[in-house]
Design a protein around this ligand. Structure first.
Ligand SMILES: Nc1nc2c(ncn2[C@@H]2O[C@H](COP(=O)(O)OP(=O)(O)O)[C@@H](O)[C@H]2O)c(=O)[nH]1
Ligand SMILES: [Mg+2]
Length: 234
């Protein structure tokens, strides 16, 4: 039995969250060896996502963390994981862009690897029509992060790991892209990338803004130095 806590951070995902939960548990209905609890971490969404999350408890194994205000995606994930004592942990966006169809493959991978990532850039991956500027930013960001980590999609927000991978260090990323920091600092030997179709959100809007992009540029610099320094010490 694989016991896993899957965190989904939410900020204004009232329409998306119930659809996500339904999709996840429908996919897992035919996977008797996976025992998954969904942990929703909501930052007091003005649209009432918090109450919608509470209502899911009637139908599914769901826990809900309510935080006072918008404190960032990365910190929401960490707070969700902190609530769990299960051996396996994961993250999925609530906006339906991360297709639950690959959940069984991602989760079963954890029998062989320490870290399993949904990848937007594999041979059979697909990213639905992105605006040109989003594509450009993504390509530059992914390109530099790939150089540092060697992973196919180091900025994916859809991934699973053995808890030991993140136990020994304090993650400092509170905003986006905690996977990058995990790849740089985490304790893992093997990782695997599984392609999926990245779907555009249908409801509400992205919270990725200029501030997050600048923060990310700083992180790339910092992690490059971190890696160089660690290598230098052997
Ligand atoms: N709890 C919490 N969730 C957030 C925050 N920012 C974004 N999210 C959630 O994180 C996921 C990814 O955010 P999204 O805006 O879709 O980012 P994008 O896909 O990179 O454009 C979604 O489920 C959001 O609701 C935040 O500050 N707090
Ligand atoms: Mg999104």
């Amino acid at each position: 039995m694989i016991e896993i806590s899957l965190v989904t951070p939410t900020y204004n995902e009232r329409e998306n969250l119930p659809l996500l939960a339904a999709e996840i548990f429908e996919v897992l209905a035919s996977e008797p060896d996976i025992d998954l609890e969904l942990i929703v971490v909501d930052d007091n969404s003005p649209d009432g996502t918090g109450a919608v999350a509470e209502a899911l408890k009637a139908d599914y194994p769901v826990q809900v963390v309510h935080r006072a205000g918008k404190l960032g995606l990365g910190s929401a994930v960490l707070e969700g994981w902190a609530l769990s004592d299960r051996p396996y942990l994961g993250v999925i966006d609530a906006d339906l862009s991360h297709d639950p169809a690959i959940l069984p493959e991602l989760i079963h991978s954890l029998r062989e690897v320490d870290l399993a990532m949904g990848s937007r850039f594999g041979e059979t991956s697909k990213v639905e029509k992105w605006a040109w500027h989003r594509k450009l930013i993504s390509q530059v960001g992914v390109g530099s992060a790939r150089l540092i980590t060697g992973a196919e999609d180091p900025l994916s927000g859809y991934f699973f790991l053995r808890r030991e991978v993140v136990e020994d260090f304090a993650l400092t990323s509170t905003g986006y892209k905690i996977l990058l920091e995990i790849l740089v600092k985490g304790r893992y030997e093997k990782h695997r990338s599984i392609p999926f179709v990245f779907r555009n959100r249908q409801f509400s809007s992205s919270k990725l803004n200029l501030r997050e992009h600048l923060l990310f540029a700083m992180q790339i610099l910092y992690f490059s130095c971190y890696k160089l320094f660690r290598k230098g010490r052997g």
